[in-house]
Design a protein around this ligand. Structure first.
Ligand code: NAD
Length: 302
């Protein structure tokens, strides 16, 4: 069992820490917000007053913070991980961030003599709570092998996807697909409905036909056919629309970085953008069906 410093104790970080504790690891947590540190302390973990204090005794450091600039600050800022961790400490960043920041932090970590992986996750808060996250891991194969025993405490799947930054690249591609397919499915369901087909019929046929996809079979955005989908609980967020917007924006900036044109993703991103601007960011992202079908109007006539 390892001594793990965990930086970022928010919606995802807290349940991930709980599962590390459950597996028998020692967790030393740090978040900028004191109330989040208190929440973790109440679970029996140690908490620290700074990153430097948290990482000093650690064998492994995990980060789960919002975006690229937060990861850069946590690693490369004054009193940050690279300055304060002991030689030989193993570094895992599970935040969803841009590939460029991830590769820059990898490079700085390597220059300072640390092994690191980027290991973003698929699965939202319920998966973090149930320890069923899917980790997409970038770095050397040796570093991946080192990460697996730790990641197993928090997830059911750990996949090696390539060199430094490839975990983030994989995560961004996956979520771009999920974001686009939910919009495409919403258009299809809207047309089906207007042509006189009922949702259950569309579901029963399409899940067996070439139109099948995860957005339909597991996460169907209309109530009924897939009982576990958020549409059956008034779109209470499994994965909030604001988070999907963040990932769609990441897909667009990343695509631009490598001169790749993604017009369908751009349209989908614009739709999520408008829905979030209208105040729907806290709903599950499948709520976009209500926008596409015209049940909910956006200013600007969408
Ligand atoms: P969150 O905002 O709830 O938590 C992030 C925490 O990081 C905050 O409490 C913040 O105070 C802390 N933080 C930021 N900078 C810090 C620093 N320098 N030192 C210490 N703490 C710092 O976010 P979340 O929902 O837990 O998401 C975390 C990451 O996981 C994001 O990159 C997100 O995109 C990704 N993710 C989230 C979900 C989800 O459903 N929430 C799903 C998959 C991936």
């Amino acid at each position: 069992m390892a001594v793990i410093a965990f930086i970022g104790l928010g919606n995802m970080g807290l349940p991930m820490c709980k599962n590390l504790l459950k597996a028998g690891h020692t967790v030393i947590g740090f978040d900028l917000q004191e109330s989040y540190r208190d929440r973790l302390a109440a679970e029996g973990a140690k908490v620290a007053g700074s990153i430097a204090e948290a990482v000093q005794q650690a064998e492994v450091v995990m980060t789960m913070v919002p975006a690229g600039q937060h990861v850069r600050t946590a690693y490369q800022g004054e009193g940050g991980i690279l300055e304060s961790a002991r030689p030989g400490t193993f570094l895992i960043d599970s935040s969803t961030i841009d590939v460029e920041s991830s590769r820059a932090v990898h490079q700085a970590a390597s220059a300072a003599g640390f092994d690191m992986v980027d290991a973003p996750v698929s699965g939202a808060v319920p998966a973090a709570e149930a320890a069923t996250l899917v980790f997409m891991v970038g770095g050397t194969k040796e570093s991946f092998d080192k990460a697996v025993p730790i990641l197993k405490s928090m997830g059911t799947s750990q996949v090696y996807v390539g060199e430094a930054g490839c975990g983030e690249a994989m995560k961004i591609c996956n979520n771009m697909m999920a974001g686009m397919s939910m919009v495409a499915l919403s258009e299809t369901l809207t047309l089906a409905e207007r042509l006189g087909l009922d949702y259950q019929t569309v579901y029963d046929v399409m899940t067996k036909a070439s139109g099948n996809c995860w957005a339909l079979s597991v996460y169907c955005p209309v109530p009924g056919p897939a009982p576990a989908s958020p549409a059956n609980r008034d779109y209470a967020a499994g994965f909030a629309m604001a988070m999907m917007l963040k990932d769609m924006r990441l897909s667009q900036s990343t695509a631009a970085d490598v001169s790749t044109v993604t017009p369908i993703a751009a349209q989908a991103a614009a739709l999520y953008e408008a829905a979030v601007a209208e105040g729907h960011g806290g709903k599950d992202f499948s709520f976009i069906f209500n926008v596409v079908s015209g049940r909910v109007e956006l200013h600007g006539g969408k």
